[in-house]
Ligand binder design. Structure first.
Ligand code: SF4
Ligand code: SF4
Length: 323
């Protein structure tokens, strides 16, 4: 069993924030909760609410990385402004998208995002023509900005997904990352074993052994410069691979550990509710809402992990240790 995970960015504690910027997405993936895509509005609030919260985050956290997710961030009307604000404040910015729009929609982000993480959903992108166009878009964008392709391992398209994981070229794309689907219905709090329910035992074992593949031309900037797992130190791309292996191989059980979420992380839900990390978000434990930033109860110290399973990459990346 692992006893400690320490992560750093340029010698400082790694700070990783996640903002689910909306709850609107046209894909309606069968493994995605309707809460995540069913809002008819592409943004719940007006720009002044998002802007004030952005200023508050920049003021409190000072530096760090922020992932912008959805829903689908490409439909969020203020996406360019919010990227610009974090970028100008010196934060690194990553955006998660289903890559459903044409390449022109992404062009404003060139030079401002450290990656675009494009999730490949093979039950929506399902015809040969759609698939060819989707991967062509990813490769075209990869000429201008670092692209990560996240292959959602959909059991309805099992053989196809394994084929993409094996064969997708990482000459232009920076990373091909296999992603295990998880059943979030009970938020994995009551019965974490249900997390693996999408797959047969045999499929789960195969996924345990899958690895991301990285381009031979590395990122110009790594968010996790250093990971120390039980005293073993790794850097840059290797640090990311070693950390993500913990999740994929299901060693992600840290109940009773001291965990630095909140001090070094934040997760904002698409409806504006603020949690200290993904685990608290899925457990509906919130510290405030973005429409009332003056009354957010900001965390001041590490917490003791109360959960059976640490199911989110961004949560797992935050330093933690057995006590
Ligand atoms: S693309 Fe992402 S946000 Fe949209 S429905 Fe699928 S999983 Fe949910
Ligand atoms: S589940 Fe939450 S509290 Fe527990 S280790 Fe993971 S991030 Fe920390």
């Amino acid at each position: 069993m692992i006893q400690s995970i320490t992560t750093k960015n340029e010698g400082r504690p790694l700070k990783w924030l996640v903002w689910q910027i909306n709850l609107h997405c046209p894909f309606h993936c069968h493994y995605c909760n309707e809460f995540t895509w069913g809002d008819k509005r592409a943004a719940k609030y007006t720009w002044d609410v998002y802007e004030k919260m952005t200023d508050e985050i920049i003021e409190r956290y000072k530096y760090g990385h922020i992932d912008i997710t959805g829903g689908e961030p490409l439909y969020f009307p203020y996406i360019d402004q919010i990227i610009e604000k974090f970028y100008n404040a010196g934060f690194t910015v990553g955006v998660f998208t289903n890559l459903g729009k044409s390449v022109e929609a992404y062009k404003n982000w060139i030079g401002k995002v450290v990656y675009v993480a494009a999730s490949y959903h093979p039950d929506v992108i399902k015809t040969d023509d759609q698939r060819t166009k989707w991967f062509t878009r990813a490769k075209i964008l990869a000429k201008d900005m670092p692209m990560v392709v996240r292959v959602m391992i959909d059991p309805r398209h099992w053989d196809h997904c394994l084929d993409v994981i094996d064969t997708l070229s990482v000459d232009e794309i920076k990373v091909m990352e296999p992603v295990r689907l998880m059943l979030f219905e009970n938020h994995l709090v009551d019965n974490p074993d249900r997390a693996d329910e999408y797959y047969t035992k045999e499929q789960n074992n195969i996924i345990d052994s899958l690895e991301p593949r990285m381009s031979s031309s590395p990122f110009s900037k790594y968010i996790i410069n250093e990971a120390i797992i039980d005293g073993e130190r790794s850097e840059d791309g290797e640090a990311f691979v070693n950390l993500s292996r913990i999740l994929r191989s299901r060693q992600n059980k840290f109940k009773g550990w001291s965990c630095d979420i909140g001090i070094d992380s934040l997760q904002i839900r698409g409806d504006g509710m603020v949690a200290i990390a993904g685990c608290h978000n899925y457990d509906n434990k919130f510290i405030g809402c973005i429409d009332d930033p003056d009354n957010i109860e900001w965390p001041t110290e590490s917490i003791v992990c109360p959960y059976e399973l640490c199911h989110c990459d961004a949560d797992l990346f935050i330093s933690k240790r057995a006590i």
